[in-house]
Design a protein around this ligand. Structure first.
Ligand code: PEP
Ligand code: MG
Length: 324
């Protein structure tokens, strides 16, 4: 079977009725670059920029960051790389920037932290832009967005960084920008976000956590944490539909993208891109190539009428068994 999956590397990720889905890799470590390429990643759908920050002893300088980002962008060029800005807080504290909160998941994390620490954010944006010079394959993605003002504030910083760098003699193209949909409020304002951005990416790990009010890492409630919960499926379906009405491309980069049963539903919804750890790419490509979009749509309609996670899992698993 493993050898069979390897043969898939150069085949397109398309359904039997020829709908293409982009299959991208999630990364954050430079060591992940070659496995991603070896397994046929068509780009990077989530670069977790907090990982190099967590591996440093102190905030990496602009030059250090530029060098790290450039390696990823260069390795994948001309393929797209979605660089996510620093997403610390929640379950990802920075050892050299301690602060304690009673409720870190509802606290100072993601874009909230970076906007309140403007010089850290501006340094990162400058490093990202410098790293992309001449390659033009970078997109910037914002984590934990919960309101439009955050996107507006980011855009002001982006403009500022572009002006500074051009004055310093760098030739840099403005990157496309997008937000992660991870917080229920963001999901409800896609039309307003759409005026400000070029794409969205669903962070199904956090979206599941916040929709269900279940800590994604707490074993006491882990049986409640399930992305096949009907409320999660309906929410994602709604996000994709409304985003497409606003002509936004939609990617999904949480664990759900690597779950074959969920992928059947995401195909039915018309998802444009799936991003996952490189290890899972062949398996998911295989799933995509076994089903038609039409059949996946019919399956989705059936699932939307079901009321429990178990019944949803069962119907999807039986479809996978039939597919081989
Ligand atoms: C997510 O929340 O689904 C996601 C991809 O981001 P992270 O897991 O890094 O929070
Ligand atoms: Mg997240």
């Amino acid at each position: 079977l493993v050898r069979g999956l390897d043969k898939l590397k150069d085949l397109p990720a398309e359904t039997t009725d020829h709908h293409r889905i982009n299959l991208y890799a999630n990364t954050g470590l430079l060591a992940d670059i070659s496995p991603g390429l070896a397994r046929g990643a068509e780009g990077v759908g989530l670069y977790r920029s907090e990982i190099p920050f967590m591996l440093h002893e102190t905030f990496p300088t602009e030059d250090e960051q530029t060098q790290i980002y450039r390696e990823v962008l260069q390795a994948y060029a001309p393929r797209s790389v979605y660089m996510r800005t620093l997403d610390i807080g929640g379950d990802k504290p920075l050892p050299y920037f301690g602060y304690s909160e009673e409720n870190p998941y509802l606290g100072w994390r993601g874009i909230r932290f970076t906007l309140d620490n403007g010089s850290i954010f501006l340094t990162q944006i400058r490093a990202l832009l410098k790293a992309s010079a001449g390659l033009n394959n970078m997109k910037i993605m914002l984590p934990m967005v919960s309101r439009v003002e955050e996107v507006d504030a980011f855009r002001i910083l982006l403009d500022e960084a572009l002006v500074q760098l051009r004055e310093e003699g760098h030739e840099i193209k403005r990157p496309s920008i997008g937000v992660m949909i991870e917080v229920p409020s963001a999901m409800m304002i896609i039309g307003q976000l759409a005026k400000r951005i070029d794409f969205i990416s669903i962070g199904s790990n956090d979206l599941t956590q916040y929709l269900l009010a279940v800590d994604r890492n707490n074993p006491k409630v882990s049986s409640l944490y399930n992305f096949l919960n009907p409320a999660v499926i309906y929410s994602i379906y709604r996000i994709v539909r409304i985003a497409h009405q606003h002509r936004l491309k939609v990617s999904l980069c949480g664990e759900m993208a690597a779950d074959p049963a969920s992928v059947l539903l995401l195909i039915g919804m018309g998802i444009d891109t799936l991003s996952m750890s490189a290890f899972n790419l062949p398996k998911i490509k295989w799933v995509i190539r076994t089903i038609s979009r039409k059949r996946a749509e019919a399956l989705l309609i059936k699932v939307l009428a079901l009321e429990s996670e178990d019944s949803i899992r069962e119907i999807l698993e039986s479809e996978l068994i039939q597919a081989g």
